[in-house]
Design a protein around this ligand. Structure first.
Ligand code: CP
Length: 305
């Protein structure tokens, strides 16, 4: 039984295979339209989502399968006190694969131990978001052609931003990668990621509070939202939420080949005027999420087309 809980559950070769299947789906979607006929995906979302849940559901429909689930815990028996473990065990009797988002770190891992079907972590607290990383990697492949020799700037909430944690782990396996970590002091990348991922893999990195100073060096700028839902007090959130706002004026200093990524949703951190800049690829990134989730569902259900 294969699950996807952490991006490092997948080898580089497995990620390469998923990307290649995604590219084939993009080239010839009709070939896949009945691939999951008779199969069911359950989306168990204990936290809000637009892209992840709906792209999973669209992915399953485009493969000819069906979808069941809930988009808020209050509409399920979770509101009566049912545990993640019992919920997963029951839903595993009704569905062939489960995608779960939960505010508690580790909840999808617990579900994977009892569900009896593949479980996909669709975001667990401030921890990991491996399917966003797959969407990010497909985007980097399509925008940049590969993953080596890139200088990648992560900007914003590096403490709570689970998409940053997963993407940084995935990119650490490629040669010539450099990281530039741009955040306020209070939202720096957790120390365990610096020691266990960046330093352990011998990756050159710098930390700074100033985006303008490093923008000209970057091949990819990965902007992130300050994660309001993870703060303990509102005053801190209000003080930090607009730490970085990317504008067209600021982008004048960047490379013409820069790719501006963002997992979305955005709040204020990228001005709308940037959307028209060809270097802005965050909407293409969201679209890629659907294709790579199709490839992931096919892989976990062991469907060959
Ligand atoms: N990127 C992402 O996870 O978006 P949603 O929260 O809308 O799913």
């Amino acid at each position: 039984m294969k699950h996807l809980i952490d991006i490092l559950d997948l080898s580089r070769e497995e990620i390469e295979d998923l990307i290649n299947v995604s590219l084939d789906i993009i080239a010839d979607p009709a070939k896949y339209k009945d691939a999951c006929r008779g199969k069911k995906l359950a989306t168990l979302f204990y936290e809000p989502s637009t892209r992840t849940r709906l792209s999973f559901e669209a992915a399953m429909y485009e493969l000819g399968g069906n979808v069941l689930g809930f988009s808020e815990a209050t509409s399920s028996s979770v509101s009566k006190g049912e545990s993640v473990s019992d919920t997963a065990r029951i839903v595993g009797l009704y569905a062939d694969v489960i995608a779960m988002r939960h505010p508690k770190e580790g909840a999808p891992l617990i579900a994977s131990r009892v569900a009896g079907v593949p479980v996909i972590n669709a975001g667990d607290g401030g921890h990991n978001h491996p399917t966003q990383t797959l969407a990010d990697l497909l985007t980097i492949r399509r925008e940049k052609g590969g993953f080596e020799n890139l200088t990648v700037g992560f900007c914003g909430d590096l403490k709570f931003g689970r998409t940053v944690h997963s993407l940084l782990s995935a990119l650490s396996r490629y040669a010539g990668v450099r990281f530039v970590l741009i955040s306020p002091e209070e939202l720096k990348l957790p120390g365990y990621l610096i020691s266990d991922v960046i330093e352990k893999n011998g990756i050159p990195y710098t930390e700074t509070e100033h985006l303008d100073d490093v923008l000209p060096d970057l091949d990819i700028l990965y902007m992130t939202r300050v994660q309001k839902e993870r703060f303990f007090n509102e005053a801190d959130y209000l003080r930090l939420k607009d730490s970085y706002i990317l504008t067209s004026d600021k982008l004048r200093a960047a490379k013409p080949t820069l790719s501006v990524m963002h997992p979305l949703p955005r709040v204020n951190e990228i001005a709308q005027e940037v959307d028209d800049d060809p270097r802005a690829c965050y909407f293409r990134q969201a679209e890629n999420g659907k294709y790579i989730r199709e490839a992931l569902i096919l892989s976990l259900l062991e469907v060959n087309v």
